[in-house]
Write a protein that binds this ligand. Structure first.
Ligand SMILES: [Zn+2]
Length: 177
């Protein structure tokens, strides 16, 4: 069977097909081509350029997926934001503020002062002293709870961020392939 070799008018790939065929579809870009033949050469003309169209649509879809991913992450980030009374809000991964250690330090101070007074005065541990010691322990526990909570938030945030970055990377890779 005699074959004809031509270049795809759309992507330039060389195509071979049986002589006499007047329409072909490019194997590479899927463009529909009309085969033109002169006495000396054969060439193709695009009838329907499928590729550019479908690629545009695809890349638009992926772009909007990326946009949506980014937008979703922004609103998810909002949930993790720690809002301060002064109007500032920051992420759990931002600088650890001194303020979150205040309850622990304060509780420790109460305990330290109470024990010092007891030791120095030689009084029995009773009444107000017991109350102060319990207060000290509870304040410390409360402080530790707050700190631990903050770290939990931080870990949750980091995990969510990792997931987001991962999805984003995959999508970008898809877009570039
Ligand atoms: Zn082609």
């Amino acid at each position: 069977m005699e074959t004809v070799s031509v270049c795809c008018d759309s992507c330039g790939a060389s195509l071979e097909f049986p002589n006499g065929v007047s329409f072909v579809t490019c194997n590479y870009c899927k463009s529909k081509l009309k085969v033109k033949q002169t006495s000396s050469t054969s060439y193709t003309e695009i009838v329907e350029e499928v590729r550019a169209m479908s690629e545009d649509v695809e890349s638009l879809k992926k772009e909007s997926r990326l946009e949506r991913l980014d937008r979703e992450w922004e609103s998810q980030k909002e949930l993790f934001m720690i809002k301060k009374k002064n109007g500032f809000s920051y992420l759990p991964t931002d600088v650890v503020s001194f303020s979150q250690f205040i309850p622990v330090l304060f509780g420790g101070l109460i305990g330290f002062v109470t024990l010092s007074i007891v030791l120095l005065s030689g009084n029995k541990v009773e009444g107000v002293t017991i109350f102060m010691l319990i207060l000290s322990v509870l304040t410390i526990l409360f402080g530790l709870f707050l700190i631990q909570n903050r770290y939990k938030m931080k870990n949750l945030y980091l995990k969510a961020e990792l997931r987001y970055k991962d999805s984003r990377r995959k999508l970008l890779k898809e877009m570039n392939s």
